[in-house]
Design a binder for this molecule. Structure first.
Ligand SMILES: Cc1cc2nc3c(=O)[nH]c(=O)nc-3n(C[C@H](O)[C@H](O)[C@H](O)COP(=O)(O)O)c2cc1C
Length: 189
């Protein structure tokens, strides 16, 4: 009986390992993308300057239409201003307000800012931090463009919250479920 149980555990491990590696092909970036999630359980351990610097560089590396780079990043470290934008903010968190250039002919600033935001979300997650995108508080950011030092002609589009988190649940327990592939994908042959 003991041997059978051991065999069963071994078989399950082998199967789940194969399943995971089939999903990610062992590629660390794919693995990170498939296991990323948007936490809320932030701790007050501060994000370091070096982490912020790397996250910003990844945002700035995003592709954009005609390489216009129609974005501006306000890195909010001031507690009072952070609370004005997001009242329930945790100490040690950083808010990055991403603003897009308005009236750019032929440009796609909102889309490009979204790409920069996703790059920063993945970078923060890969650095072992938690990251969550926020559209709700954008109106508060739009009311504070002067304090945020948003250049004229730019408008806040999305906000990235970055912080340390308690423990990382895996993708299955941490993430919001996704729609089934059959619903959102059609192979057109
Ligand atoms: C454009 C955009 C706006 C969002 N706005 C909010 C928001 O205002 N408040 C919030 O709690 N989460 C917000 N989110 C986070 C989403 O709820 C989250 O990405 C989604 O539920 C997937 O969660 P997961 O990454 O944990 O799977 C936003 C995400 C995006 C992409």
């Amino acid at each position: 009986m003991k041997v059978r149980s051991l065999f069963l555990v071994f078989a399950i491990c082998m199967f789940s390992g194969q399943f995971l590696s089939a999903q990610s092909d062992g590629n660390p970036v794919v693995e990170k993308l498939l296991s990323a999630y948007s936490p809320r359980n932030f701790t007050s351990t501060p994000v370091t300057e070096q982490q912020i610097d790397l996250i910003l560089k990844c945002g700035m590396k995003a592709p954009s239409a005609r390489n216009n780079q129609p974005w501006h990043f306000s890195v909010v470290l001031n507690k009072e201003l952070m609370q004005e934008i997001m009242p329930n903010i945790t100490d040690g968190n950083v808010l990055i307000v991403i603003s897009g250039k308005e009236n750019e002919s032929g440009g796609t600033p909102d889309f490009d800012c979204g790409l920069a935001a996703e790059n920063m979300f993945i970078a923060a997650t890969s650095l072992g931090l938690g990251a969550r995108l926020y559209g709700g508080p954008v109106s508060a950011a739009r009311n504070n463009t002067e304090k945020l030092q948003v250049p004229s002609g730019f408008k806040p589009v999305i906000i990235l919250r970055v912080g340390n988190i308690d423990a990382s649940p895996d993708a299955a327990s941490g993430a919001t479920p996704r729609k089934p592939m059959e619903e959102v994908v059609k192979f057109v042959r």
